[in-house]
Design a protein around this ligand. Structure first.
Ligand code: SAM
Length: 248
């Protein structure tokens, strides 16, 4: 049986492709791509001529058996998405799930992902975080999720497009006001890479001042001030400190 490689590709700067990713793409028998035309440009840039076929949200389930038959024939396949790490808010889950269930060899080839790239430079806590993918398009559903962040541990991270960035920040402002610090990572690894940092109101002011700041692709990160929770926790710890010597 051949192997199924999950290959991360750049999220902007082509120099971020790894040496191993290039080798695997070159040496695979097929590349399964979210959008073959899009990936063809990347492959042309690196002079890679491996054959492509498409695996996207709408045909993924139908492609599982085809992929298994190629692997059974001893072919190696590399999965790529339009940008970043496949399966992270991108196609591939149904394929990998099906392959794992049947004991196929699935090999991750790590590289860029907007999520980790944004978080590590955000200045917000990185020891614990929750990734929410894309939030719902409708404001009511979005606000419900945003309200629930009080129950979510660590920094909240989600993906956002230029079309909804203002509405999302407005909703966060309505729900949490200055109880939340936001970091918005825009156009990561590209010419106009920018981090906006502050309360939602501060960020809305920045948008109003310069509408260019609403352009491009975003990773939004939010850190809630959980003063009340922290106080309660401190009290509980104090109690424990008092009680523990008695127990032991
Ligand atoms: N699989 C990708 C990854 O590993 O990051 C994510 C794919 S998802 C369909 C696309 C979203 O990722 C964009 O809408 C944006 O929120 C985020 N994203 C991708 N590239 C980005 C970049 N260069 N700067 C900021 N956000 C980016």
């Amino acid at each position: 049986r051949g192997s199924f490689y999950i290959v991360a590709t750049p999220i902007g700067n082509l120099d971020d492709i790894s040496a191993r990713a290039l080798k695997v793409l070159e040496n695979s028998d097929f590349i399964a791509a979210e959008d073959t035309r899009h990936s063809k440009k990347l492959l042309n840039h690196f002079g890679i001529e491996t054959r492509l076929f498409s695996v996207h949200d709408h045909n993924e389930r139908d492609k599982v058996d085809y992929i298994k038959s190629l692997l059974d024939d001893g072919k190696n396949i590399a999965l790529v998405s339009d940008a970043g790490t496949p399966l992270i808010s991108d196609p591939g889950y149904h394929v990998v799930n099906g392959l794992r269930d049947d004991g196929y060899n699935v090999v991750p080839v790590p590289g860029p992902s907007a999520l980790i790239t944004a978080l590590c430079a955000s200045g917000l806590p990185t020891d614990q975080f929750s990734f929410l993918g894309f939030l719902p398009a409708k404001s009511k559903a979005r606000k419900d999720i945003v309200s629930n962040w009080v129950n979510v541990p660590g920094t909240v991270v989600f993906y956002e497009s230029t079309h909804r960035i203002i509405d999302s920040v407005k909703d966060i402002n309505e729900v949490h006001g200055n109880q939340v610090t936001l970091s918005l990572a825009r156009e990561l690894t590209k010419t106009f890479e920018t981090f906006l940092h502050g309360t939602p109101a501060t960020i809305l002011d920045m948008f109003a001042e310069d509408s260019n700041q609403t352009r491009g692709e975003f990773v939004v990160m939010a850190s809630l001030k959980k003063d009340d929770v922290d106080e309660e926790e401190a009290k509980a710890n104090e109690m424990l400190d008092l009680l523990l010597p008695e127990v032991s």
